[in-house]
Design a protein around this ligand. Structure first.
Ligand SMILES: [Zn+2]
Length: 123
């Protein structure tokens, strides 16, 4: 399953953040997924429950935000939403468009449980 290796990659990124911040565990992970990324959100969520086992993200909640496909049109200089299988301008129908969003697979944010620092002893 492609989604599992994707999840393992995301968890790898999360584990680096955990180490950097000296966190105890991860409480929440937000991932942005576009339909052109080749990853399906429900499969990603399912793979996540496997990939997180034995990691500091073991109890973490995964939130997947599905991004719309949006294109920028060179002809009318507008950004519009496009259909997945028809990447043309939603305004004038021109195909001279640049993809603005829809192919992301991005670790957007991670909520960490960081132990409070012991107050420094006076003196
Ligand atoms: Zn246009």
């Amino acid at each position: 399953m492609h989604e599992l290796s994707v999840c393992q990659g995301l968890i790898g990124q999360v584990e680096r953040l955990v180490a950097e911040h000296g966190a105890k565990r991860v409480t929440r992970i937000l991932v942005l997924v576009g339909p052109l990324s080749g990853v399906e959100a429900p499969l990603l969520e399912r793979a996540f429950t496997i990939a997180r086992m034995g990691t500091s993200a073991e109890d973490a909640e995964l939130e997947v935000h599905e991004m719309p496909v949006r294109v920028w049109c060179d002809t009318c200089q507008m950004e519009t939403e496009a259909a997945l299988n028809r990447l043309v301008c939603g305004n004038c129908g021109d195909w001279h468009v640049t993809l603005r969003s829809g192919d992301e697979l991005l670790l957007k944010s991670v909520a960490l449980d960081i132990p409070e620092q012991e107050p420094a002893a006076a003196g």
